[in-house]
Design a protein around this ligand. Structure first.
Ligand SMILES: Cc1cc2nc3c(=O)[nH]c(=O)nc-3n(C[C@H](O)[C@H](O)[C@H](O)COP(=O)(O)OP(=O)(O)OC[C@H]3O[C@@H](n4cnc5c(N)ncnc54)[C@H](O)[C@@H]3O)c2cc1C
Length: 459
């Protein structure tokens, strides 16, 4: 330690960096951390947290409508975007302070500024250099807007959280979960939303039944969902934008938001110069222990482009800290990571999609259910809920769980534990349901929707 200022220097105080820094310091390490923008990183400032607050805000429109069937008369409604954004900003500032305190209380030395890697053991921040035995890159990712004429007129999710006004008309470009979530947010708050995606169906990687079901529900709510299309040029005309599509047609709109992917934040911070290998997507290449091609430089979180989710970055940080300062040799288990999409209705999923299950197992059984949630029997809302279980016939293990419906994320978190424990369909069936809930459906599914005798037969 004599030659080093720190045992570990972390670049980036986001989900992964803060956790790795705090836990390492708790294990007795001397830790420094640099943050150039905001404590808590993407999730706290321009990701999970503000996004969910906006989802809550946007869902009130439906809740007000739903109330009538239960006897409520809701007065004249008015939505005020600046109030929402001001309150959201206050909450984020509160969280920023908490992150600062967490680091301070753990004894982590915080440097506010952009850090660069000078060499395998040296970091530079605000003109000051520090020596560290190990360096952890936890710099996250950044949204990308494709290089089309007029791209400067488009925003990304980063800016969407700080707009001055709610646009009357919005185009969302993209087919990932962020695009889907923002389509729901803007629509619920009263904007006229068109979502454009260049592929044949959005939410690639999710179960096909889930993708179709959600698309139907979003269209029913009034979102103009268009697949196999893309913007070729954006023009500004006074206060409005004209989006030119591939087929030559134009859409006039007040806001164009791109959610077409995020790129790892690994360029321009001295990594390549220090000998750290990046892959074709610009992500830091690491081994099972998060070690890069330079033995003293590690990386976790979105910058390694494995599973870009906050709890994954946090879990990677915990593994790294335990290995580095407690002599453990653990690796991260990426199997059965549960996830939610805060679309309207929500998606919750854990385990394999049907397509993945068909590839991996010789025989699977599928159980599905689609129904009107109890609440909507009186509300008159025609939103439906969808549920799906995928079972390996040989072992009877439930290997895939998918839901589209209110609070799907909450249900999925619990089922995620069951899948992690290797629960079988018989054990699901032996579990007593909670009545009346939507989730009880998962322990009462008896009829196979379709079964697949074996892969060869299916092919
Ligand atoms: C709109 C949106 C919604 C999302 N919703 C969810 C969700 O619902 N659930 C979920 O699990 N995940 C969600 N995510 C993903 C989640 O935010 C990320 O997976 C998570 O934040 C990754 O953590 P990280 O530590 O790798 O990086 P980040 O949290 O991005 O932190 C990286 C930090 O490094 C800092 N930094 C970068 N370069 C430097 C430098 N050179 N010097 C100093 N500091 C630097 C950045 O300013 C940033 O604060 C969402 C993301 C977005 C964009």
């Amino acid at each position: 330690m004599a030659d080093y200022d720190f045992d570990l220097y972390v670049i980036g105080a986001g989900s992964g960096g803060v956790r790795a820094a705090r836990i390492s310091a708790n294990y007795g390490a001397k830790v420094g951390i640099a943050e150039e923008r905001y404590l808590g990183g993407t999730c706290v400032n321009v990701g999970c947290v503000p996004k969910k607050l906006l989802v809550y805000a946007s869902h009130f429109a439906e809740d007000f409508n739903d109330a009538a069937g239960f006897g409520w008369t809701v007065g004249k409604r008015k939505f005020d975007w600046p109030t929402l954004i001001t309150n959201k900003n206050q909450e984020i500032e509160r969280l920023n302070d908490i992150y600062g305190r967490l680091l301070g209380n753990a004894g982590v030395e915080l440097h506010e500024g952009r850090a660069t890697v000078v060499d395998a053991h040296t970091i530079s921040v605000n003109g000051q250099t520090y020596k560290a035995k190990n360096i952890l890159i936890a710099t996250g990712g950044w949204p990308v807007v494709p290089n089309i004429p007029g791209r400067e007129h488009a925003i990304t999710s980063n800016e969407a959280f700080f707009l001055d006004n709610l646009p009357e008309r919005t185009i969302i470009v993209g087919g990932g979960y962020i695009a889907v979530e923002f389509a729901g947010i803007f629509h619920g708050l009263g904007s006229e939303v068109t979502q454009l995606y260049r592929g044949s169906h959005f939410l690639r990687g999710f179960d096909d039944d889930v993708r179709t079901f959600l698309a139907d529900e979003m269209c029913k709510k009034g979102i103009d969902l268009r697949f196999n299309t893309n913007i070729t040029r954006i023009k500004k005309k006074k206060d409005v934008y004209l989006a030119e599509l591939e087929d030559g047609t134009q859409i006039e709109t007040d806001l164009i938001m791109y959610a077409t992917g995020r790129t790892p934040n690994a360029k321009g911070i001295g990594l390549e110069e220090a000998g750290v290998e990046l892959n074709a997507k610009g992500a830091v290449v690491v081994d099972d222990y998060f070690k890069s091609s330079v033995s003293s430089i590690y990386a976790i979180g979105d910058v390694i482009d494995r599973i870009a989710l906050t709890p994954v970055a946090i879990a990677e940080g915990m593994v790294l800290a335990a290995n580095m300062f407690r002599g453990e040799t653990g690796t991260m288990d990426y199997a059965d990571v549960p996830t939610a999409v805060f679309s309207q209705p929500n998606i919750g999923t854990v385990g394999l999609t049907e397509a993945q299950a068909r590839e991996a197992y010789s025989a699977i059984d599928i159980y599905t259910s689609s129904f009107t949630p109890m609440k909507h029997t009186l509300s008159g809302n025609d939103e439906k809920t969808f549920m799906k279980l995928i079972v390996d016939r040989e072992s009877d293990r439930v290997i895939g769980f998918h839901m589209v419906g209110p609070d799907a994320g909450e249900t999925t978190q619990g089922i995620g534990i069951a899948l992690k424990c290797g629960a079988t369909k018989a054990q699901f069936d032996a579990t007593v349901g909670i009545h009346p809930t939507a989730a009880e459906e998962f322990v009462t599914m008896r009829e196979k929707a379709r079964d697949d005798a074996n892969k060869a037969a299916a092919d």
